[in-house]
Design a protein around this ligand. Sequence first.
Ligand SMILES: [Fe+2]
Ligand SMILES: [Fe+2]
Length: 236
Amino acid sequence: MAHLRASGERYQKPLDAALEFIVMNYDAYRIPELREMAKELGVADIAEVVLSHPHFGVWTASNNISKHHYGKGGLQHHTWEVCKLCLETAKFHSTISKEPIDLKILFLGALFHDVGKIWDYEPYTYRFDEESQGTVPDKPSQEPITNTTEWWGTQHRRKIHHISRSASVWQKAVAECTSYLSIEDDVLHCILSHHGLREWGSPVMPKTREAWILHHCDSLSARMNDCDSWDQTTKK
Ligand SMILES: [Fe+2]
Ligand SMILES: [Fe+2]
């Protein structure tokens, strides 16, 4: 039988074809495009804190196939979608808005908004258990991350949560790149308010144009991805 393996040997639990298709979607590697966007906006140096993080390119954005951008590469793909949507929305609204929309603040808020999810989720593998003669979840495994790696929530998610961690990553980045001190709190506000409501995990509601755009583009990216998942996992 396929599941019979030597005790302790790790292997990936197979996903069915439909689920594999969903995670395969994130194989589009968007970091070079994000790096180009950062360069054009003149924020390439501080953007590298996210873009060069060893986990950012492969991490998931959720711990459940039914939640948005689950699977290998989900985080970088969601972040790319949000950055693109934010800049497109700002382009439209800048033609009718009474005050300018700051693209640096908006882009950096979008780039850093979910980076804390690297601490919220971790990859799991499975091993064969002699006693139960079945597969059981093994301890968290950082390597190798594949399209069928499963992702679970961490204690960090319960105790800290990615919004707080993303804010902390941003503030540490500014401490290193002090030329961003003048926009530190504006980007921080975008990160802290991106879930929109206190009951959805944000300590403050959006109060600026940049923060409102980020909140709605984040939500749009998530809900559109939900539709993709539902189409793949439900019979029409
Ligand atoms: Fe978030
Ligand atoms: Fe997000």
